[in-house]
Design a protein. Structure first.
Length: 108
C-alpha cells in the first residue's frame, strides 16, 4: 500500500473494563486503542422506515496498515462518527493491508 493513499485519521476503539460498581458489576467504556492512517472508501447507504421514523445507515470501508488485533467487537471513530465493524477484518496481500467494513447508523 502506498502511503499517499492513507490520507485519513481514524481511531480504533475497544470496549474495556474500567472498574467495578458497588454490586461488583463491571463498568465498561469505549477506550481508544490506536489512531492510525487510513484510506476511506464510501460504499452504499440506505434508508428505511421503521416505527414511524426514517432511519439511515452509512456504509464505509477503511484500509489501514495490517493489524492482527481487530475484531467485530471494536469500533472505528472517523470524523466524529462511530462506525461499527460489521464483518471480520480481512488481510489483503501478505500482511500489508487490513480491510475493515463498517456501518454508521443514524437513529433519530
Amino acid at each position: 500500500m502506498r502511503a499517499g493513499k492513507l490520507d485519513r485519521r481514524v481511531t480504533i476503539r475497544r470496549l474495556t473494563e474500567t472498574g467495578r460498581n458497588a454490586f461488583n458489576e463491571p463498568i465498561v467504556e469505549w477506550a481508544d486503542v490506536a489512531t492510525v492512517w487510513a484510506q476511506q472508501r464510501p460504499n452504499r447507504g440506505s434508508e428505511r422506515f421503521a416505527a414511524a421514523q426514517v432511519n439511515g445507515t452509512a456504509v464505509m470501508t477503511f484500509h489501514i496498515r495490517y493489524r492482527s488485533d481487530l475484531s467485530t467487537t471494536d469500533r472505528i471513530l472517523y470524523e466524529g462518527r462511530e462506525y461499527e465493524i460489521v464483518a471480520p477484518p480481512r488481510e489483503i496481500g501478505r500482511r500489508v493491508v487490513t480491510e475493515i467494513d463498517c456501518i454508521a447508523r443514524k437513529d433519530d
